[in-house]
Design a protein around this ligand. Structure first.
Ligand code: SF4
Length: 347
């Protein structure tokens, strides 16, 4: 066999490997409906191929250098009757040490929104540790929405399960987004939460969509779920109809005193793969890097942006867990040549 034969065989082998990779990627990259198998095939692509595919999808639908900046405030902390295994605010996880508080006064919430806007946030997310809001709370909540909106910010709330009339009242007050996460895949869900079902969550999301609100819906990675279960979560999110406008991808922050305090650490590349799979399966959604960013290195965050993440929470605290300082976030965006997305609304 001559050297040119060997080179020819080498070229053929390389081209067949490249083409089978591309074919696998094309198959995996086909538009939905997505199933767990299809999303799992994305996870199994070589890392550079997955990132390339995700970035290609990202550029088709989003400005590649833009990051949307949100801010999150806990408007009612602790004492929640639900038993979400990751959460320090559950009344069942008393050793986590988060005391139950009352719903904040609207004026204090508005002041916090004003401060968040001054730091550069364009969306203000308000979270309450409830199973569901009571009707008696709705006046205060709708006042918060109207007043924060009047500042020229987008508004988002996460209050637990909703009734139709509550979703309608929030919509009429001007709420832009309602956050209600699926958290994880259906077949892992029961190991994390027992006090409300997966179907309860889907029902609330349906009510929110029926009221005409944008949906913010994502999950938490690193709770001990398998790769297939991560794929299962992405497939469920991708099959919501319509797909959620906003998709927070959280990295578990293990909190002492919660059932998941000793969850096994997750390989950072696996987290990036999850972001990339979400980007491909949810091409138009804004993918938000949410909890867990504080302990991520700058390089991992940069990989997440390359994989299609295009939103972050700005501010030193997320509900009850720490978040990256604002100055380091703005510095990181500047170092990466990225910029904050413009506000969609002005006061
Ligand atoms: S995640 Fe929300 S619903 Fe679950 S325990 Fe915490 S505050 Fe309650």
């Amino acid at each position: 066999m001559s050297l040119s034969d060997i080179a020819h065989i080498g070229r053929k082998a390389a081209s067949s490997t490249a083409s089978s990779t591309v074919n696998a990627a094309d198959a995996a990259n086909a538009p939905g409906p997505w199933n767990t198998d299809g999303v799992e095939r994305l996870f199994e692509l070589p890392f550079p191929e997955l990132l390339y595919r995700a970035q290609t999808v990202h550029r088709a639908h989003h400005a590649p250098d833009e990051v949307q900046l949100s801010s999150l405030l806990s408007i009612k902390t602790g004492g929640c009757p639900e038993d979400c295994g990751y959460c320090s605010q559950s009344s069942r996880h008393r050793e986590a040490g988060v005391p139950a508080g009352k719903l904040m006064q609207a004026q204090d919430v508005i002041e916090a929104a004003r401060a968040a806007k001054a730091q550069g946030a364009t969306r203000f997310c308000m979270g309450a540790a409830w199973r569901n809001p009571k009707d008696r709370d709705m006046d205060g909540l709708t006042t918060m929405v109207r007043e924060v909106r009047a500042l020229g910010m987008e508004t988002c709330m996460t209050l637990g399960m909703l009734e139709d009339h509550q979703a309608q009242a929030l919509k009429e007050a001007g709420l832009d987004f309602y956050n209600h996460n699926l958290d994880t895949a259906p077949d892992f869900y029961g190991q994390v939460i027992t006090t409300r079902t997966y179907q309860d969550r889907l029902d609330t999301i349906r009510k929110v969509q029926d009221a005409g609100l944008n949906v913010c819906c994502g999950g938490i990675i690193g709770m001990g779920e398998s790769r297939r279960q991560r794929a299962g979560l992405i497939a469920r999110l991708a099959n919501l109809a319509p797909q959620p406008e906003s998709v927070p991808i959280n990295h578990l922050v293990p909190i002492k005193g919660t059932p998941l305090e000793d969850a096994p650490a997750l390989d950072e590349f696996e987290f990036v793969r999850t972001v990339a799979a979400a980007r491909i399966a949810l091409p138009r959604s804004v993918i938000r890097l949410s909890a867990g960013r504080e302990s991520m290195g700058d390089a991992t965050q940069a990989l997440c942006f390359a994989a299609g993440a295009n939103s972050i929470f700005l501010g030193s605290k997320l509900l009850t867990t720490p978040n990256a300082p604002v100055s380091s976030d703005l510095d990181l965006l500047a170092r990466l040549g990225m910029r904050a997305a413009a506000a969609s609304r002005e006061a």
